[in-house]
Structures are given as structure tokens and as C-alpha cells.
Ligand binder design. Structure first.
Ligand code: SF4
Ligand code: ZN
Length: 418
């Protein structure tokens, strides 16, 4: 029996019509995540006997326990069982959380993985919305859209800090394992990349091209994930792209990619490069994990993650950067990318690669420390990590320049960036 949308038993209206809707400050009742508290989502396969289909549990406080302006940590844990279900499908189902929660009228979802953000409006609360409804929606819609590959969906929503922290730890190990599935692959190994157009409801012209060495800018989809997604849903948002003739091996431009992007952006984007942020970079949508910006005065680049709210040497905070370029336009000098992509082999390779990186927020730098060290070593600068400035050194070009000079940062002596 197929579950249909009208049968979703929640007190709010539900459907794609509400997807682009915002919950602004004056309408806000309460929120989870978004840098204020931890908000994590994880989809994990389970044994058939281990879970109960349709069981939705909230462990801890729910909306009725909150007053206006409150925040809560939130862990959304979805367990899936099915004879056809494979671990490889977990990231694809997890990424559905974004649009499915956005389908609820008066509820907004931003981000993914362990940097999610849920904003609940007063109007939704007046109608009787509770966090449990997120689980009800996920159960119904995952059955409806992925019924072919799953039999059971159980959802647990945690709102106690200790439970959320525990889930986050588990989730981070899963994200790491998923990311590493493409670790040994290179773009040269494959003739086929994959598109992702899942974000076109927010950024209508945006098309991610996901290659082994360029994971989706949200960080939630890599090449393997897109491949699995295409297998599940051959007419879905992840289509194979034959690379075709290579037009520029340094900047990373292929005829097949251009043709696909031109068609899928409805003519808005003619071409883009996979390995450059200076020359015709890939488009960016609002859910990127990080945004890189050129720092012409330092002959280098910086990048900032969504979870860092302070000032940066490009003069803009993350939110401003995301507002300027998150709509799906090509913005030379800027590019959205995943955290993992920073240390992938082709990261802005056409602009000099990771050796251009002169500034990152301390938390991001530390999070990927080992990988920066490995990449620096591979690029002939084993102490690159120690040469990248952060906010403790400064947040303007002027403040960090003397420090970079003292450390002998490689970017200072590279060819001009522009
Ligand atoms: Fe897909 Fe890109 Fe959106 Fe991620 S950011 S969901 S890869 S379109
Ligand atoms: Zn997006």
C-alpha cells in the first residue's frame, strides 16, 4: 500500500509549495541548531527485527515545553530496514530531510549533517506543530518516495544535550566513513560525473557537478552517493554526465559538463570550471558548508565554514557571503564547497590549489588538521598547516600579512592569483 501525501498526519499544511518559505525573526517561535545549539541528522540502516515501522519517539522536551525565543538541541535519528536497502543509500535518504522538513508550512530547515538548523514559526506552533511531526513526515515521505528500497522507517528525535552529543559523535564517524569512500578515486579515473539539482527549489539555476574529487558543496553528496541515487531513481536529481571533450585540464572544464549545465540551468549558466574559483567557478547554493573568497592583497584565498559567525579577512561574514552568492549565479572570486573538498586533490587546482589557503577559522582548521597536513605534504609543503592564519592571528589582510611573511607562506611567492 502506497502512503500518499494527503495521508500525512500532521496539523500543518504540507507540500512543495512551502519549501522556499522563510521563518523570519518576528515570526520565530523556537529554533534548533544554527550555531546556537547542536542539530544533527543521521540516517542509518537497521536490522528488520530491530525497528518498528512508523514508530516516532521524542526523547526529551518538545515544542509544548518551550516558550517563545527558546532554543533546543536536536538529533534526528532515522533508522531504515529493507531487503533491498544498502548502506550506500543512507546519505541519499538523509539528504531528503532538508526539503521534507521545509515542506511543512511554517517550518524551515537549513544545512545538513551536523550543521543543521530548524526554525519553527509561531503560526506552526499555534496549529499544534511538535517535533514529533518531523518524524511523521519522514516516515510517510520516505515510504512514498523510496518504497522500492525500504520496508521500515523508525524515527527518534533527541532533544537532551547528552543524547544529541552522543548521536553527533556517532554521526561524525559515519560522515567520515562516507567521505573516505571516494578518497582513493581521482577525476581522471572516471568518464562520468554526476549532476545534482536537488537545490533548484531554492536556487533555480544551480547545478552541482559532483566528481570523485569534488564532493557536492553541501558536503552531503559525493560521487558514490550520486551514483547510488541514480541507481535508486533513474529520473531523479542525480544524472550521469559524460565528461566528453576536455576543454581545459587545468581549470577543469569539459564540454559534456557545460552542455549539461547549460540545459539544466535553463540557459542561465553557459559554462563553469570545476577546479577554479577565479575563472568561471561553479555556481553556489545556500547550503554550502564553506565559502572561499580570494584575498588579492595576499595573493591567496580564505575559506569560512557555516559554523563560524565572526569576521573574516574578505570583509564579509559567512551569512553575508551566502546571501551574496547563494542564489546560483557564477561569482568569480568566490566559490561554495564542502569541508571535505578543501583537502581533495583538485581543490582550486587551477588557481594553485590548497597552497593558496592563507586563512581559515580555527575550528575548521582544527577539524581537518590531519588532512591538511597530508595534503600539504603531498604538495611539497609539509608544514602548510602551521602557515595558515586564523582569527587568533587576525581578521583583516593587514593583520595577517606580517604573520604570513614571517611564516613564509607559499602563496606570497606564487604566480599572481589574478
Ligand atoms: Fe545536491 Fe549540490 Fe544541493 Fe548538495 S548542494 S544537495 S550536491 S545540489
Ligand atoms: Zn543547496
Amino acid at each position: 500500500l502506497k502512503v500518499t501525501v494527503s495521508e500525512i498526519d500532521i496539523p500543518c499544511a504540507f507540500g512543495p509549495a512551502y519549501e522556499g518559505e522563510r521563518v523570519r525573526g518576528k515570526d520565530l517561535h523556537s529554533q534548533m541548531g544554527g550555531g546556537k545549539t547542536q542539530c544533527t541528522e543521521l540516517v542509518k540502516s537497521a536490522d528488520m527485527k530491530e525497528i518498528e515501522d512508523g514508530k516516532v519517539t521524542v526523547v526529551g522536551k518538545d515544542i509544548p515545553d518551550l516558550k517563545e525565543g527558546d532554543t533546543l538541541p536536536l538529533g534526528i535519528f532515522v533508522q531504515i530496514a529493507g531487503r533491498e536497502f544498502q548502506e550506500d543509500f543512507e546519505p541519499i535518504l538523509e539528504r531528503q530531510t532538508h526539503h521534507l522538513v521545509n515542506y511543512i508550512q511554517g517550518v524551515m530547515h537549513i544545512g545538513q549533517r551536523d550543521i543543521s538548523w530548524v526554525r519553527v514559526s509561531k503560526a506552526a506552533v499555534e496549529k499544534g506543530f511538535t517535533l514529533k511531526d518531523i518524524g511523521v513526515v519522514l516516515h510517510a515521505k520516505l515510504h512514498q518516495d523510496f518504497g522500492k528500497i525500504l520496508d521500515k522507517v523508525q524515527v527518534t528525535l533527541y532533544t537532551d544535550k547528552k543524547d544529541v552529543d552522543k548521536l553527533t559523535e556517532t554521526a561524525r564517524a559515519e560522515y567520515k566513513r562516507r567521505d573516505e569512500r571516494v578518497d582513493k578515486m581521482t577525476d581522471d579515473d572516471v568518464e562520468t560525473y554526476y549532476s545534482c539539482t536537488l537545490c533548484q527549489s531554492f536556487a533555480p539555476n544551480h547545478v552541482c557537478t559532483v566528481s570523485p574529487e569534488r564532493t557536492g558543496l553541501c558536503g552531503a553528496y559525493n560521487w558514490m552517493d550520486c551514483k547510488a541515487s541514480f541507481e535508486i531513481n533513474p529520473t531523479g536529481p542525480n544524472q550521469p554526465i559524460q565528461k566528453g571533450e576536455c576543454l581545459d585540464p587545468v581549470l577543469g572544464q569539459w564540454k559534456g559538463v557545460n552542455d549539461f549545465v547549460y540545459k539544466t540551468s535553463r540557459g542561465a549558466v553557459e559554462k563553469y570550471n570545476l577546479y577554479s574559483m577565479v575563472h568561471d567557478p561553479m555556481t553556489t547554493c545556500g547550503c554550502c558548508e564553506c565559502i572561499a573568497a580570494t584575498l588579492p592583497g595576499l595573493n591567496g584565498v580564505m575559506t569560512v565554514g557555516r559554523d563560524y559567525t565572526g569576521d573574516t579577512p574578505c570583509g564579509m561574514k559567512f551569512t553575508t557571503l551566502a546571501g551574496v552568492m547563494g542564489g546560483g549565479a557564477v561569482s568569480p572570486g568566490f566559490v561554495g564547497h564542502s569541508k571535505y573538498n578543501i583537502t581533495q586533490g583538485k581543490f582550486i587546482k587551477g588557481d594553485g590549489g590548497l597552497l593558496r589557503m592563507v586563512w581559515m577559522p580555527k575550528m575548521l582548521k582544527e577539524e581537518i588538521k590531519e588532512r591538511i597536513e597530508a595534503r600539504g605534504k603531498a604538495m611539497g609543503v609539509p608544514d602548510l598547516y602551521d602557515k595558515i592564519a586564523d582569527e587568533t592571528i587576525g581578521t583583516t589582510e593587514e593583520e595577517i600579512r606580517p604573520w604570513l611573511e614571517e611564516k613564509g607562506h607559499p602563496a606570497l611567492s606564487m604566480d599572481p592569483l589574478m
